[in-house]
Design a protein around this ligand. Structure first.
Ligand SMILES: Nc1ncnc2c1ncn2[C@@H]1O[C@H](COP(=O)(O)OP(=O)(O)OP(=O)(O)O)[C@@H](O)[C@H]1O
Ligand SMILES: [Mg+2]
Length: 370
């Protein structure tokens, strides 16, 4: 069986990155990334296509060389160490099994690269395949396996030399939804069993939230926010993060008044009070972005004297809740969710409603940051 790596090196970071930079011509794929990953942590990198997720993993694994910055693994600078000496296993974005090699030969490859003796190799290949539940597939060729099985072979190949750190680049990206869910659970279990430190790339936010201790939101080569799934959802640091994680209504507004209880804002559909994101400073008259989660907007039937006056555009049943599409006075649309049995869930198009949100649920972001 695999040796647990959990807590190795005490509280020190399993991996530390400082000011890492990678350029491809004029493209800055990694733009000054700093990051500490704890031993045994499951961290996801989540971001849109082209934001630099794969590049960051390739730098960590040593398949690309940084133009600047430093990578330390348990206090050792590995920036110039070749990939096979880094104690890092990687599952690539496309499985990248060697098509002319059997399953056993594929999984044995990293051991051969590291000069492990044949007898030892065979035992470890068997153990790794057992871990991913592919016992008995030793002699199959990659082309004779399903996508999910190929993925597990790639995983076995990444863990067979018992690396301290596992990098996985969209390992489930090519699988259908059902298999993907199943493999998510398997991967989490495997990680727990091995006590492995994992950096996991995905562009599926649901997957990142479900699997990770912390998630780094990557945007244009930079870490936009690094936090627990809960923090990202409840306190997004930017409109970009708010929009990327979960559902959010985003609209423009202007700062009217700065008060201790919140920022008073003017929007196209009426006044509102919001809470500034940490670290941002605002001044009167400034243009801002405002974000409100749909489930944090209260909907009331009828034209109440308080709240923002609106009309029903449509209601959509989602099973566990109903989304109300509201047309605001200035014509823009806000989404709010209500319980299926609420009276507001069955209002007809054109009926009057009023909307409101508590100041703490109204995020105020600097404009131009998204
Ligand atoms: N070998 C390369 N040569 C030139 N440009 C590259 C190379 N690899 C990546 N890039 C560029 O660097 C940027 C980041 O690419 P990267 O592959 O890291 O993105 P990603 O976040 O993994 O995207 P995806 O979700 O599509 O896999 C992109 O603009 C990409 O075009
Ligand atoms: Mg990629």
């Amino acid at each position: 069986m695999m040796t647990p790596h959990k807590n190795q090196g005490g509280d020190s970071a399993a991996l530390s990155i400082r000011s890492l930079v990678k350029r491809y011509g004029s493209v800055v794929a990694t733009d000054g990334v700093s990051l500490d990953v704890s031993a045994g942590e499951f961290m996801s990198l989540l971001g849109p296509s082209g934001s630099g997720k794969t590049t960051l993993l390739m730098l960590l694994a040593g398949f690309e060389v940084a133009d600047g910055g430093e990578i330390r693994m348990r206090d050792r600078d590995i920036s110039r160490v070749p990939p096979n000496k880094r104690d890092i296993g990687m599952v690539f974005q496309r499985y990248a099994l060697f098509p002319h090699m059997s399953v056993a030969q594929n999984v044995a490859f990293p051991l051969r690269m590291r000069g492990v003796a044949k007898a030892d190799r065979e035992a470890r290949v068997r153990a790794a395949l057992e871990t991913v539940e592919l016992t008995g597939y030793l002699d199959r060729m990659p082309a004779q396996l399903s996508g999910g099985q190929q993925q597990r072979v790639a995983l076995a190949r990444a863990i067979v030399f018992e690396p301290g750190i596992l990098l996985m680049d969209e390992p489930l990206g090519a699988l259908d939804r059902k298999l993907r869910k199943h493999m998510q659970v398997e991967l989490k279990e495997l990680q727990g069993r091995l006590g492995a430190t994992v950096i996991y790339v995905t562009h599926d936010q649901e997957e990142a939230l479900a699997m990770s201790d912390r998630v780094a939101i990557i945007n244009a080569g930079r870490i936009e926010q690094l936090a627990t799934p809960r923090e990202l959802y409840d306190a997004p640091a930017s409109a970009f993060v708010g929009d990327f994680i979960g559902e959010i209504n985003l609209f423009d507004a202007k700062v009217e008044e700065l008060e201790s209880g919140g920022i008073k804002l003017a929007s196209g559909f009426g006044p509102l009070t919001g809470t500034p994101v940490p670290g941002a400073t605002f001044s009167r008259g400034q243009k801002v972005h405002v974000g409100i989660r749909p489930e944090r907007i209260a909907v009331r039937a009828g034209a109440a004297s308080d709240g923002w006056q609106a009309g029903i555009r449509q209601t959509i049943f989602n099973g566990s809740n109903v989304t109300v599409y509201a047309t605001m006075q200035d014509g823009q649309e806000l989404r709010a969710t209500v319980a299926p049995n609420d009276r507001e869930a069955s209002l007809a198009r054109g009926e009057a409603i009023s909307l409101s949100a508590a100041p703490r649920d109204v995020f105020v972001f600097p404009a131009g940051a998204a």
